[in-house]
Design a protein around this ligand. Structure first.
Ligand SMILES: NC(=O)c1ccc[n+]([C@@H]2O[C@H](COP(=O)([O-])OP(=O)(O)OC[C@H]3O[C@@H](n4cnc5c(N)ncnc54)[C@H](OP(=O)(O)O)[C@@H]3O)[C@@H](O)[C@H]2O)c1
Length: 255
């Protein structure tokens, strides 16, 4: 989860489009624009998987799967988003902090706050204090449950925007309603696999941006959708494919 490099310049990773139309020197900022004129939240997920489908490396984190172009895409997607949504497991393991501005954004955030807030989903409210102390324009949003410890909820509410979005489990629909009520329609979820499973099971996922990284991980790592959420079949349509430094950047939308 490091800063993006300068994509679109001579020094950043170069992307070539494979689909829908082959092209060299593709600008990822243009390639990953959200649909225009949204009137409801558009939920985009950005995930990385190994060639054999694993979602994390031997470190227990995604860093072995990532690469300069992957970090560039991640930075661009954050810049495109109104809000970055993550499960608390990912926030803890990947060390989430408030989003920092990236050089690659250029004019991407014109007319919007300089950085998007993080929205974190948690029952335990075990969220790093630095994540709860974001700048005012990007106040962290905490989606939690009525059954969460009341003292932790009160403590978090001193600096963050705390929303009760379910009794024992945060409901995906309530999260999207809460974000829409704050005018945050371009939603980027970065997982993790448990949270993604719940949004997918609720049929709330509009788009999946998947980096396929050129590694084999073996059976120890979960897939990018994991956990106890009900199994389901959702058809996806491959809308675009980019390549850079051996990684594939696939963009799927609802079938
Ligand atoms: N390959 C990728 O693109 C990718 C992306 C992200 C993460 N990862 C990896 O995935 C692993 C973490 O996976 P994960 O699936 O456990 O992470 P996760 O989905 O981010 O986090 C799970 C946690 O989120 C909270 N949560 C999820 N659904 C909830 C609900 N309905 N109501 C209330 N709270 C809810 C709970 O937090 P509390 O425990 O606080 O209650 C739960 O323990 C790490 O190894 C990370 O590196 C991979």
């Amino acid at each position: 989860m490091t800063a993006a490099t300068d994509a679109g310049t001579a020094t950043g990773p170069r992307f070539r489009a494979l689909l829908p139309d082959p092209a060299d020197g593709v600008d990822p900022v243009a390639a990953y624009a959200y649909p225009e004129g949204l009137t409801r939240p558009w939920l985009r997920a950005n995930m990385v998987a190994s060639a054999d489908g694993g979602a994390w490396g031997p470190s227990g984190r995604t860093r072995e799967l990532s690469s300069p172009p992957d970090r560039t895409v991640m930075g661009v997607l954050r810049g495109q988003a109104d809000v970055v949504l993550a499960g608390a497991g990912t926030a803890r393991i990947e060390g989430y902090r408030p989003v920092r501005p990236r050089g690659v954004w250029g004019g991407l955030r014109e007319g919007r706050p300089p950085t998007p807030p993080i929205a974190v989903v948690t029952r335990s409210l075990d969220v790093h204090p630095d994540l709860l102390a974001a700048p005012e324009h990007a106040r962290t949003i905490v989606f939690t449950t009525a059954s969460a410890p009341a003292d932790r909820r009160r403590a978090a509410a001193r600096t963050a925007d705390v929303v009760v979005a379910g009794e024992d489990s945060v409901r995906p629909e309530a999260v999207l309603e809460g974000l829409a009520g704050r005018g945050l329609l371009r939603v980027l979820t970065e997982g993790g696999p448990h949270l993604l499973a719940e949004f997918a099971a609720a049929d709330a996922l509009d788009e999946l941006c998947l980096t396929v990284s050129p590694h084999l991980l073996g059976p120890a790592a979960a897939r990018i959708v994991a956990g106890d959420a009900p199994s389901h079949t959702r058809d996806l349509r491959l809308a675009a494919a980019l390549e850079s430094e051996g990684s594939l950047f696939l963009r799927y939308v609802r079938g």
